[in-house]
Design a binder for this molecule. Sequence first.
Ligand code: GLY
Length: 132
Amino acid sequence: NAVPTSDQSEHILRLNQRLLDAIAIADWDTYEELCDAELTAFEPEACGQRVQGLGFHRFYFDLGAPKQPRHTTMIDPRVCMLGDDVALVTCIRLVQAQTDEGPITERSEETRIWQHREGRWRHTHFHRSQLS
Ligand code: GLY
Protein backbone atom coordinates (compact mmCIF):
# COMPACT_ATOMS: atom_id res chain seq x y z
CA ASN A 1 0.00 0.00 0.00
CA ALA A 2 1.37 3.38 -0.99
CA VAL A 3 1.60 6.28 1.43
CA PRO A 4 -0.58 9.15 0.16
CA THR A 5 0.75 12.66 -0.28
CA SER A 6 -0.36 14.94 2.54
CA ASP A 7 -2.70 16.74 0.09
CA GLN A 8 -4.29 13.42 -0.92
CA SER A 9 -4.63 12.32 2.68
CA GLU A 10 -6.15 15.65 3.78
CA HIS A 11 -8.60 15.66 0.88
CA ILE A 12 -9.79 12.08 1.44
CA LEU A 13 -10.14 12.58 5.20
CA ARG A 14 -12.14 15.75 4.62
CA LEU A 15 -14.51 13.80 2.37
CA ASN A 16 -14.74 10.97 4.90
CA GLN A 17 -15.56 13.42 7.72
CA ARG A 18 -18.14 15.12 5.49
CA LEU A 19 -19.75 11.74 4.86
CA LEU A 20 -19.88 10.91 8.59
CA ASP A 21 -21.27 14.36 9.41
CA ALA A 22 -23.96 13.88 6.73
CA ILE A 23 -24.94 10.58 8.38
CA ALA A 24 -25.12 12.25 11.81
CA ILE A 25 -27.62 14.87 10.64
CA ALA A 26 -29.43 12.65 8.09
CA ASP A 27 -28.34 14.87 5.18
CA TRP A 28 -29.32 12.59 2.30
CA ASP A 29 -28.27 14.97 -0.51
CA THR A 30 -24.67 15.08 0.72
CA TYR A 31 -24.57 11.33 1.39
CA GLU A 32 -25.88 10.56 -2.09
CA GLU A 33 -23.44 13.02 -3.68
CA LEU A 34 -20.44 11.37 -1.99
CA CYS A 35 -21.46 7.73 -2.54
CA ASP A 36 -21.34 5.59 -5.63
CA ALA A 37 -24.81 4.36 -6.61
CA GLU A 38 -23.48 0.77 -6.33
CA LEU A 39 -21.94 1.26 -2.85
CA THR A 40 -21.43 -2.05 -1.06
CA ALA A 41 -21.46 -2.34 2.71
CA PHE A 42 -21.20 -4.62 5.69
CA GLU A 43 -22.63 -2.98 8.81
CA PRO A 44 -24.47 -4.20 11.90
CA GLU A 45 -27.82 -2.93 10.58
CA ALA A 46 -27.50 -5.36 7.63
CA CYS A 47 -27.38 -8.41 9.95
CA GLY A 48 -24.36 -10.07 8.35
CA GLN A 49 -25.47 -9.45 4.77
CA ARG A 50 -23.51 -7.44 2.22
CA VAL A 51 -25.87 -4.71 1.02
CA GLN A 52 -25.47 -3.03 -2.34
CA GLY A 53 -26.80 0.31 -3.55
CA LEU A 54 -28.12 3.26 -1.57
CA GLY A 55 -31.67 2.12 -0.88
CA PHE A 56 -30.77 0.25 2.31
CA HIS A 57 -29.04 3.33 3.73
CA ARG A 58 -31.74 5.73 2.61
CA PHE A 59 -34.21 4.12 4.99
CA TYR A 60 -32.32 5.61 7.96
CA PHE A 61 -32.06 9.06 6.39
CA ASP A 62 -35.78 9.06 5.67
CA LEU A 63 -36.44 8.62 9.40
CA GLY A 64 -35.33 12.25 9.68
CA ALA A 65 -32.63 14.15 11.52
CA PRO A 66 -32.11 13.19 15.16
CA LYS A 67 -33.78 15.62 17.54
CA GLN A 68 -30.71 15.78 19.76
CA PRO A 69 -27.22 16.82 18.63
CA ARG A 70 -24.60 14.27 17.51
CA HIS A 71 -20.88 14.76 17.08
CA THR A 72 -18.61 12.44 15.08
CA THR A 73 -14.85 12.08 15.60
CA MET A 74 -12.46 9.93 13.57
CA ILE A 75 -9.78 8.54 15.88
CA ASP A 76 -6.34 7.82 14.40
CA PRO A 77 -7.60 7.93 10.79
CA ARG A 78 -5.22 6.49 8.21
CA VAL A 79 -5.27 6.69 4.44
CA CYS A 80 -3.49 4.14 2.23
CA MET A 81 -3.43 4.43 -1.55
CA LEU A 82 -4.17 1.25 -3.50
CA GLY A 83 -2.83 2.49 -6.82
CA ASP A 84 -3.50 6.07 -7.97
CA ASP A 85 -7.29 5.96 -7.92
CA VAL A 86 -8.31 4.01 -4.84
CA ALA A 87 -7.93 5.10 -1.23
CA LEU A 88 -8.47 2.99 1.85
CA VAL A 89 -9.47 4.82 5.05
CA THR A 90 -9.41 3.11 8.43
CA CYS A 91 -10.34 4.63 11.77
CA ILE A 92 -12.27 4.26 14.97
CA ARG A 93 -15.45 6.33 14.72
CA LEU A 94 -16.80 7.88 17.90
CA VAL A 95 -20.31 9.30 17.84
CA GLN A 96 -21.38 11.35 20.84
CA ALA A 97 -25.13 11.68 21.15
CA GLN A 98 -27.53 13.15 23.62
CA THR A 99 -30.29 10.77 24.72
CA ASP A 100 -33.15 11.05 27.20
CA GLU A 101 -30.87 9.22 29.68
CA GLY A 102 -27.99 11.63 29.06
CA PRO A 103 -25.02 11.72 26.72
CA ILE A 104 -23.66 8.46 25.26
CA THR A 105 -20.75 7.60 22.97
CA GLU A 106 -20.94 4.89 20.30
CA ARG A 107 -17.70 3.38 19.04
CA SER A 108 -17.17 1.56 15.72
CA GLU A 109 -14.30 0.18 13.69
CA GLU A 110 -14.55 1.46 10.14
CA THR A 111 -12.92 0.64 6.83
CA ARG A 112 -14.02 2.82 3.92
CA ILE A 113 -12.95 2.69 0.27
CA TRP A 114 -12.95 5.74 -1.98
CA GLN A 115 -12.45 5.53 -5.74
CA HIS A 116 -11.47 8.36 -8.06
CA ARG A 117 -13.55 8.19 -11.23
CA GLU A 118 -14.61 10.78 -13.79
CA GLY A 119 -12.81 13.56 -11.97
CA ARG A 120 -14.03 13.00 -8.43
CA TRP A 121 -13.81 10.73 -5.43
CA ARG A 122 -16.76 8.46 -4.69
CA HIS A 123 -17.33 6.26 -1.69
CA THR A 124 -17.62 2.68 -3.02
CA HIS A 125 -17.44 0.30 -0.03
CA PHE A 126 -17.39 0.26 3.76
CA HIS A 127 -17.31 -2.20 6.61
CA ARG A 128 -18.34 -1.15 10.09
CA SER A 129 -18.16 -3.22 13.27
CA GLN A 130 -19.88 -1.87 16.36
CA LEU A 131 -17.66 -1.95 19.42
CA SER A 132 -20.12 -0.64 22.00
N1 GLY B 1 -24.79 3.57 7.42
C1 GLY B 1 -24.28 4.38 6.40
C2 GLY B 1 -22.80 4.54 6.43
O1 GLY B 1 -22.18 4.28 7.47
O2 GLY B 1 -22.24 4.93 5.42
